[in-house]
Design a protein around this ligand. Structure first.
Ligand SMILES: [Zn+2]
Length: 349
């Protein structure tokens, strides 16, 4: 069983065959798919997909650093939309948020806006920090993008008490290991792990209890940058991870599922149900040496070896499914008029 912790099922690449994509992912053992928004208009689409497929899809709402449609003024409206949706249906996380300081993109955006590259960076920083504030307020984890900005992102995250995942982390492995010792950060890797050495170095350095699986569909496929990826292909990432860690595929599936449920299951009962059938990632039941030896800033031992803080009350899975279906069947009431027609849709990469 797998949980895809980061993808974009709202991509136009899935508009013709989403049902088949979801059927294939179920057959591949994917029990939950976290789909992330990139822009205000994309948020509406994510909410709609989650309502149409409540057994498969879990929503992460946020604004991607490369989105051009949401500035700090528009953010106030977007913020209200996110709060309303979380109160109504529960979000898995805020995301995709973060920083992208890749030089060609900074240059391009600065030229388009008649601004400097520093202005573009500062705009990203303001929006990232505003979204982190909201995550703290809602007690939600974050699903984080970082490109050419890993150090800055990890510095910011280390200063706030927010849990989150660094998706498709491509920065230095030593930096990831240091950040993971806070006990609040996990690192997820997509099927392109099979050929990207930067991902492989980070996977080798990090303990299994800090790792998650994702697909970033439709991007980051094992078959190369031009191939369409989908959640059902997640096994390629899991097999490579197992090889790099010297463990079995079953151990990777169990550990990453348990980690995902712990991180994202707080407001998602359907995800917590996945944990009931996932064997513990640490069969001894003891706190691992790696976790036992580290403490957070307040001197507490990180708890990722412990069961999720809000364990779902024992009941049969069918009743949880019924609850989610009932909630999913509610009328979609997120007000599209809140989303200005000026909002476009940013592409995530
Ligand atoms: Zn993404």
């Amino acid at each position: 069983m797998f949980i895809d912790c980061h993808c974009h099922l709202t991509s136009e690449q899935f508009q013709d065959d989403l049902e088949e994509v979801l059927a294939r992912s179920r057959r591949a053992g994917v029990q939950g798919i976290l789909t992330c928004s990139t822009s205000p208009s994309d948020m509406l689409h994510v909410v709609q997909l989650r309502e149409e497929h409540p057994d498969d899809i879990y929503a992460c709402l946020g604004i991607h650093p490369l989105d051009d449609s949401c500035d700090m003024r528009a953010w106030q409206t977007v913020r209200e939309m996110i709060i309303a949706e979380h109160r109504k249906h529960g979000l898995a996380a805020l995301g995709e948020i973060g920083l992208d300081f890749s030089r060609p993109l900074l240059k391009q955006k600065a030229a388009a806006r008649g601004a400097t590259e520093a202005d573009v960076r500062n705009r990203q920083l303001s929006l990232f920090e505003a979204q982190l504030d909201l995550a703290r307020e809602l007690d939600l984890p974050v699903n984080v993008h970082s490109r050419n900005a890993e150090k800055e992102v990890l510095n910011i995250l280390s200063g706030c008490k927010i849990q989150g995942v660094m998706h498709a982390y491509k920065g230095p492995a030593a930096l990831a290991l240091q950040a993971a010792k806070s006990g609040r950060l996990w690192f997820s890797f997509p099927p392109s792990l099979v050929y990207k050495w930067e991902y492989q170095e980070a996977v080798k350095a990090l303990p299994l209890e800090c790792l998650l699986l994702e697909t970033d569909s439709p991007s980051l496929a094992a078959a190369g940058p031009k191939a369409r990826n989908e959640p059902g292909f997640i096994r390629a990432a899991a097999e490579k991870m197992a090889e790099l860690k010297g463990v079995t595929l079953q151990q990777v599936a169990a550990a990453t599922t348990r980690n995902a449920v712990h991180l994202f299951g707080k407001a998602s009962p359907g995800l917590q149900a996945c944990c009931m059938t996932a064997p513990p990632s640490n069969p001894t039941g003891k706190t691992s040496r790696w976790r036992r030896d580290v403490k957070d800033n307040e001197g507490n031992v990180p708890t990722s070896d412990a069961p999720p803080a809000q364990t779902f009350a024992p009941q049969d899975r069918s009743s949880q499914r019924w609850t989610r279906r009932s909630r999913g069947a509610e009328t979609h009431t997120m007000d599209p008029t809140l989303c200005s027609s000026a909002f476009g849709s940013a592409r995530c990469s």
